[in-house]
Ligand binder design. Sequence first.
Ligand SMILES: C[S@@+](CC[C@H](N)C(=O)[O-])C[C@H]1O[C@@H](n2cnc3c(N)ncnc32)[C@H](O)[C@@H]1O
Length: 188
Amino acid sequence: MMNKQQVIAKWSGEKGKRLVYPGSVVWPDDDCVSLIQKMCGSGSICEVGCGTGRVASAFQPQQYVGVDINETAIQKAKEDLPSHSFRVIDWDDDLPEADVYLFYTVLLHCPDEELSAVIGRCLRGKRVVVFESMSHKSRQIGNEFQRDLEQYEAAFLIHGWRLCYHKRLLSNYFPHFRDYAIFGKGEE
Ligand SMILES: C[S@@+](CC[C@H](N)C(=O)[O-])C[C@H]1O[C@@H](n2cnc3c(N)ncnc32)[C@H](O)[C@@H]1O
């Protein structure tokens, strides 16, 4: 399996940008925008791993900041959506303060040994929204780190986040389902 440095190298620079944009899946896939908006709400949002910013347009510029370790992807996001805020971060950097942290097809790229540290950086939020196809069975050796919902539940619980909502939708695109999960601390 890839380690943290290999994952960072995979997503860095032009190569990483090509992996995200234009990407293999059309956007928005399966009419997910209204669901994402509903799950994130009207507060401030930090999208972690925003890539070239394709999800950002679902949000008002003043409520949104996108961060990513890929400098060229962030540059493209800034060109495409000049009113929205985007920042390059290093893997271990603190995240900007926000009500909601959104991981849209990002945590499945996080090595198992790094997952707890990444979740721990969402310290000050009220809600964490995770979108991806959750299936440990889909994990391919050396590639990505897909997990079942139960594995995310256990990892989030260590940091005091409880599963508040989960929805699995069928998709036209491989692997033909998408999971949406909200974790909260019971303060809302
Ligand atoms: C599959 S892409 C998804 C991009 C975007 N969310 C989208 O759906 O278009 C995964 C993105 O997460 C970024 N990424 C991976 N691990 C990260 C981390 N620990 N912190 C910030 N960004 C990360 C990568 O650079 C890449 O842009």
